[in-house]
Design a protein around this ligand. Sequence first.
Ligand SMILES: *[C@@H]1O[C@H](CO)[C@@H](O)[C@H](O)[C@H]1NC(C)=O
Ligand SMILES: *[C@@H]1O[C@H](CO)[C@@H](O)[C@H](O)[C@H]1NC(C)=O
Ligand SMILES: *[C@@H]1O[C@H](CO)[C@@H](O)[C@H](O)[C@H]1NC(C)=O
Ligand SMILES: *[C@@H]1O[C@H](CO)[C@@H](O)[C@H](O)[C@H]1NC(C)=O
Ligand SMILES: *[C@@H]1O[C@H](CO)[C@@H](O)[C@H](O)[C@H]1NC(C)=O
Length: 419
Amino acid sequence: MGVSLNLRSSLVLVAAFTAVVASTDANLDGFQVKPFKIDLAAEIPRLNSLVANSRLPAKALYPDGGSGERGIELDVLQELRTDWLTNFDWEAQQAELNTFEQFTAVIEGLTVHFVHEKSADPDAIPVILLHGWPSSFQEFLPVIKPLTESWRSPIGKNISFNVVVPSLPGFVFSDPAPPNWTLDDTARIMNTLMVDVLGYSTYALHGTDWGSGVGYAQYGTYNTTVRAAHFVFIPFFPPLAQDIAENNISLSDDEKVSLQRTIDWNATGNNYFLEQAAKPNDVGLALYDSPAGQLAWIGSKFKVWSDPRAGTPPSVLDNTAILTSVSLYYLTDSFLSSVWIYGQNPNAFRVAYTKAPTDAPLLFSQYEYNFGLWPKEFVAKVGNLVSYKFHDFGGHFAGLDNPPAFIQDIRDIGLYFEA
Ligand SMILES: *[C@@H]1O[C@H](CO)[C@@H](O)[C@H](O)[C@H]1NC(C)=O
Ligand SMILES: *[C@@H]1O[C@H](CO)[C@@H](O)[C@H](O)[C@H]1NC(C)=O
Ligand SMILES: *[C@@H]1O[C@H](CO)[C@@H](O)[C@H](O)[C@H]1NC(C)=O
Ligand SMILES: *[C@@H]1O[C@H](CO)[C@@H](O)[C@H](O)[C@H]1NC(C)=O
Ligand SMILES: *[C@@H]1O[C@H](CO)[C@@H](O)[C@H](O)[C@H]1NC(C)=O
């Protein structure tokens, strides 16, 4: 009797297992989740010797009076390089990065690295924070621990988060993306990470830069699991002055600053985008083994896209943060694969505004010195907009550029999130 019962339940299990295998290609071997610690100290002597042996001109060939209009200024680069060689302490940065709980999982054959910091509150909201280029999970480090702590909201609700910060495929400790991999593929594995690997049946997300393309795809495609989204950037070309005027939108003086940044980016600031999208191997291989070259290329973006007050409170985007970011790219061999996200998704930013098929709340924050301005009326075209905020301090890298404002942005999700 017992034996036949056991046999029957085993058969039921086998049948269920076969049905799952038949219905999905998902990796069923438990995703091989493993704790992860960064240990790249052995690579530092090589990095230091490459930087020390690199040369820069003694003086600027065509000084631009500090405008930076023709690319990173020599004295800015020189200062970063000197800091790298004299003040920067990789081991201290690595120890700081390792204070966060990190893991790897294997999803669809790709090793995916992620931070997972949980709140003590059993009702904490799961949230995934999605970074872009040229940053990494490092962009969100200042906000992770505060978000796990409980915030008593004005409506009397305690709000806290279980925070997940993945490295996108091709970035730092995640495997490079396979050929012809798109943001939709990344969106799928990020949804798998939250739902199947970590067991969160619903969650919220935040996206910026390429992470906004991934997050927006998740928001529209996985509309039963993604139940709120916050963006500081959306994968739609920001409107220019004429579109804004035609829509009868009048801008504040602060918004006009953001509009000018948009115009400048579209005029001359997007050349890296065209290069990386069309010929990713050229810049990717040229700088592959050149930390000093990566410093110029990446450092330029951190300097130009952040608030001009970057590095002064509340911004923590100082030279150390830039050097940590470039060191992470160089030491993990990910400059080339990071650049390929452009090569694989050259048309990811859309001109026509369309609405995602979801009723999940969408929150948006415009940071004044970001290089795109998306007025409220335009953001409302792409989703169920419930909150729109303007911050007059901060730029493209909100988590580093203005951590207190960004923490509040994410906490606001809790006012709308319904599991
Ligand atoms: C939630 O808020 C109440 C009232 O402010 C407080 O007593 C309680 O400790 C909070 N819970 C958590 C988990 O922080
Ligand atoms: C990738 O796409 C290109 C065309 O867009 C195709 O020629 C190539 O075979 C694809 N590669 C793989 C590995 O699927
Ligand atoms: C803008 O205002 C003009 C004049 O009042 C009106 O004709 C036009 O339809 C408005 N456009 C939009 C997009 O609301
Ligand atoms: C960007 O600049 C080009 C000209 O270089 C212009 O045609 C285009 O309308 C601008 N705006 C956007 C949103 O691309
Ligand atoms: C999700 O999308 C489908 C199809 O696009 C739509 O029919 C459905 O109503 C959406 N669900 C939610 C919860 O928004």
